[in-house]
Design a binder for this molecule. Structure first.
Ligand code: PLP
Length: 297
């Protein structure tokens, strides 16, 4: 099957009193609308990996993730859509949750793996699929040069210029791709990465790995809210208010933290009057399902 998806990722303006007061315009690129399951940056990261699989005549996607991984779910749905088989190695003991339910529903085989063996992913792949010429290794989160290439295309789609672009950051592949796209298009845009993990300074090395040329960008490491998947009342309240005021779903693991950072920086006059700021909605809203209890308090 031809590996293609007509991409629908419009840009919407976010209007509110804060941005009016500060004289800035804030927009959001709706990569969450690309596909209901293969959403946001996960589609962009998979695109060229799937094309390589097809070129190498491999029909079995083998990948890795935690029990709530957006990447596992996106891979399961992409495999189903484009005619691949899929296996996901899931970190930790066997559990059942909404993400894994949706992975299985799309036909993905799940192999639960203790944390020790999970650390060496190539070894796991070799152990189970070393002799299987049909299987292709896809790293956790889709981290890869192909992934960065797919993400760089986001920048090619922009028809207007922005002073700042904001994106949530896990492995750093998406950030690297967007920075590469900004450089390739010779834009004056400053890029801001919001790491969602604690001690996010390490992300700089991860981003730099996939840069096609050295680049300056900003890393804002103080918006992790305690670490990956961690939240607090401030973040949950921010998300509730944002969703209620805009009708745009966001979640606490990635997009909530990124937008919290953008609003917080706007409030503390980080931007100049007249600045145009673009937030990337990188998708992942199914992550909300694993965090329902956080919203019920
Ligand atoms: C996976 C994910 C990210 C992180 O992307 P990286 O390329 O790993 O940095 C950001 N936002 C959402 C919604 C995601 O699912």
């Amino acid at each position: 099957m031809h590996i293609n998806l007509e991409i629908y990722s419009p840009i919407h303006q976010i209007k509110n009193k804060l941005f009016d007061e500060k004289g800035i315009e804030v927009f959001i690129k709706r990569d969450d609308l690309i596909h209901p399951i293969i959403s946001g940056n996960k589609w962009r990261k998979l695109k060229y990996l799937l094309k390589r699989a097809q070129a190498e005549n491999k029909h079995h996607l083998v990948t890795f993730g935690g029990a709530y991984s957006n990447h596992l779910l996106a891979t399961a749905a992409a495999a189903a859509k484009f005619g691949f088989n899929a296996t996901g190695f899931v970190r930790g003991e066997e559990v059942a949750n909404d993400t894994l339910f949706l992975c299985r529903l799309h036909g993905m085989d799940l192999i639960f793996t203790d944390r020790e063996s999970y650390r060496d992913k190539p070894a796991l792949f070799d152990k189970y699929f070393g002799d299987d010429a049909d299987a292709i290794f896809i790293d956790e989160g889709g981290a890869s040069a192909e992934g960065a290439k797919g993400c760089s295309e986001l920048v090619d789609e922009l028809t207007e210029t922005y002073d700042h672009v904001f994106c949530a950051c896990g492995t750093g592949t998406t950030a690297a791709g967007i920075i590469n796209g900004i450089q390739r298009n010779q834009l004056p845009t400053q890029f801001h990465a919001i790491p969602v993990l604690k001690n996010g300074d390490f992300i700089r090395d991860e981003i730099d790995k996939f840069l096609t040329a050295p680049a300056d960008y900003h890393l804002h490491t103080s918006y992790h809210f305690g670490g990956y998947g961690k939240t607090d009342e401030r973040l949950i309240n921010f998300i509730k208010q944002f969703v209620a005021e805009t009708g745009i779903l966001i979640e606490p693991v990635y997009t909530g933290k990124m937008l919290y950072a953008l609003f917080d920086m706007a409030a503390s006059d980080y931007f100049k009057p007249g600045d145009r700021v673009l937030a990337i909605h990188s998708g992942g809203i199914w992550g909300l399902l694993g965090m329902k209890d956080k919203f019920n308090r």
